[in-house]
Design a protein around this ligand. Structure first.
Ligand code: ATP
Length: 588
């Protein structure tokens, strides 16, 4: 019962080192007032214990938390907990999600998990666990997310047939052998930083569509090229002897094209302009279907773009993004759009509008392609990564990556830059952004936020497929635009900015269900609950609380964030007001 749960929690607290007070007052009701403790609807049992970053140190006292027999969510991430895996947690039969990530637990993992029938999330990222990955994980049939990255696990990976598993990260361990068939669907990045043998080398990233592949020949990986070349040699040996003269002529021609390819990209570009007599305008040039905007300093043609070997950065709401380096130009990010729902004419029209936006807080669109089969957009590549990576350590398709907590100044500059960029597109270009979210915010050369992907929302319909990224995207959408990306307004951008402000202040992701806690808790709901319970100080990221003289600033910006996420659009502040409030807090 609840009294038993209360005693279990007190026994836990009294037997663990915690330099920071947890404010669990023995005489107050635990469900309503104890930070980190949540109960079932009737308030009769404890169902959630979330103590992330609570400065808990040492070994978890056995037989304490394990007495919370109705516990569903247990999060102890970002503490200084150590010792072996708390084996008595396996008695918690109702557990849905457990995160022990970013602690110092060590030793082998238990072998039998048969009691965790309801478990959907197991996150042991960033500990010192060693030994093998137990094959007993196969018993976790409800598992959706499994993160064992950044440990010292060794040996071969067991075959884990878990059809419901959607996220997996085994990277940065000492694993050996090959990736079992059952887990290959997660891609090689889920296993990077080990000593594994990749049986099937990853297919290289190529831009051509299926149709173009047929026409052009497929872009093939190096080992495959070698294999084909060797077998091809035998055939060619016979063919050559018969067709030597034709071959000679062909080879001469090929040589010519190859020398041409080696010429600097810019020279090639001007040659193309001259030869093909393509359109040269005052502001932009078109080189073989690639439209460049003013000041892009780039020059390549469609074939260069399609043939470039590229690094896959991730799949988003509107398509896939690649990093490519072409000729002597600097790195670019190429976005390949899917589900474009507007005509080519309208697409081009929108590109012309977006491509002419030049503001230090808006990532410039450098070029685009609008062919029948391809809609590509070219941006500068931002090597410092997005706010999503820097704040949450979340990298599109790579999952969790190591990150250091951002300093207050950096966070504030992210917010100021972002708000200024949005204010610019709202007022000067009469555009709504429509897709404000952490993975679209980068740092500009002055260290301020800078928003990418302006104006894409009106071109595509991400809800056509109802895929995962589209669902994630909904969490940044104002209630009035939830079902249609094309109805975005400046007010809905302000709502999304509000969510980002709350994420930046709390250090929590708007989608902290999947990664950490197994059930969906909206950030806004969570912040409101904590604020309503009068423990406002608890919402802030621990990293921020350390900053001297910051409390008043944090409270003012928290209020700003909450105003931005008001359900009624008219009640949200105007973007200029947001910029003003944020800037007032800089350098004081
Ligand atoms: N110009 C860029 N420079 C560096 N990284 C980029 C750039 N553009 C996108 N990325 C990164 O590439 C990954 C995939 O981006 P993409 O925009 O396709 O998806 P997303 O941002 O997750 O979702 P959405 O499509 O809704 O914007 C993300 O991690 C994103 O931060």
């Amino acid at each position: 019962d609840l009294a038993g749960d209360r005693q279990a929690l007190l026994d836990f607290l009294n037997n663990i080192t915690h330099p920071r007070s947890l404010a669990w007052n023995a005489s107050s009701p635990i469900c309503a007032t104890w930070p980190g403790v949540t109960c079932d609807r009737d308030g009769t049992r404890v169902t959630g214990l979330r103590l992330p970053g609570a400065s808990l140190l040492g070994v978890i006292p056995p037989g304490t938390i394990s007495r919370l027999s109705e516990l569903q969510i247990l999060s102890l991430r970002f503490n200084g907990l150590q010792g072996p895996f708390p084996i008595d947690f396996l008695q918690l039969k109702k557990l849905k999600a457990i995160s022990l990530s970013n602690n110092k637990f060590s030793g082998p993992l238990p072998s039998d998990y048969a009691t965790w029938k309801n478990l959907t999330v197991l996150d042991l990222f960033g500990n010192r666990f060693d030994g093998r990955i137990p094959s007993g994980f196969a018993n976790l049939t409800g598992l959706v997310s499994l993160n064992l990255a950044e440990n010292s696990l060794s040996g071969e990976i067991p075959d884990l047939d878990l059809p419901g598993l959607r996220r997996l990260n085994f990277s940065n361990n000492n694993l050996t052998g090959s990736i079992p068939k059952s887990l290959r669907r997660f891609g090689n990045s889920a296993f990077s930083g080990n000593n594994l043998i990749y049986e099937n080398a990853p297919p290289p990233v190529v831009f051509p569509t299926e149709k173009e592949k047929e026409n052009r020949g497929i872009y093939i990986s190096e080992p495959a090229i070698l294999g084909i070349a060797i077998s091809g040699c035998f055939v060619i040996f016979f063919v050559i002897s018969a067709l030597i003269i034709i071959c000679y002529v062909k080879r001469q021609r090929k040589k010519e094209t190859e020398t041409e390819k080696l010429k600097p990209a810019k020279e090639l570009a001007s040659k193309l302009v001259k030869e093909k007599n393509v359109e040269v305008m005052e502001e932009k040039i078109e080189i073989d279907r690639v439209m460049f905007f003013e000041g892009s300093n780039l020059a390549f043609n469609f074939d260069d773009l399609l043939g470039a070997s590229a690094e896959f950065l991730g799949t988003g709401t509107f398509g896939m993004t690649y990093k490519a380096v072409l000729g002597d130009s600097k790195a670019i990010a190429v976005k390949r759009l899917k589900n474009v729902v507007v005509s080519r004419k309208d697409f081009k029209h929108q590109m012309e509008i977006v491509g002419n936006i030049r503001h230090e807080n808006v990532a410039p669109l450098r070029a685009y392609v609008c062919s029948k089969d391809e809609k590509l957009m070219v941006y500068d590549y931002y090597p410092k990564k997005s706010l999503s990576v820097l704040l949450h350590g979340k990298d599109s398709d790579k999952g969790h990556v190591a990150h250091v907590p951002l300093k207050w100044e950096t966070r504030l500059r992210f917010m100021i830059g972002l708000a200024k960029g949005l204010a610019h597109i709202h007022t000067e270009h009469k555009l709504a952004h429509g897709n404000v979210k952490p993975s679209n915010v980068f740092i500009n050369s002055k260290g301020y936020g800078c928003i990418s992907e302006t104006g894409l929302a009106v071109l595509t319909n991400p809800f056509r497929r109802g895929d995962e990224s589209a669902r994630a995207f909904k969490r940044y959408r104002a209630p009035e635009t939830i079902d249609d990306t094309r109805r975005s307004t400046p007010e809905s951008d302000i709502y999304a900015l509000g969510i980002l402000i709350l994420e930046i202040l709390t250090g929590r992701s708007s989608m902290h269900d999947e990664e950490e806690e197994g059930i969906f808790i909206e950030l806004v709901t969570w912040v409101n609950t904590v604020v309503a319970k009068q423990w406002t100080g608890e919402v802030f990221d621990l990293e921020l609380v350390k900053t001297p003289n910051i409390e008043a600033k944090l409270l003012q910006i928290l209020q700003l964030g909450l105003d931005c996420v008001s359900k009624t659009p008219a009640k949200r502040p105007k973007m200029v007001q947001v910029v003003k409030t944020l800037e007032e807090n800089e350098g004081v």
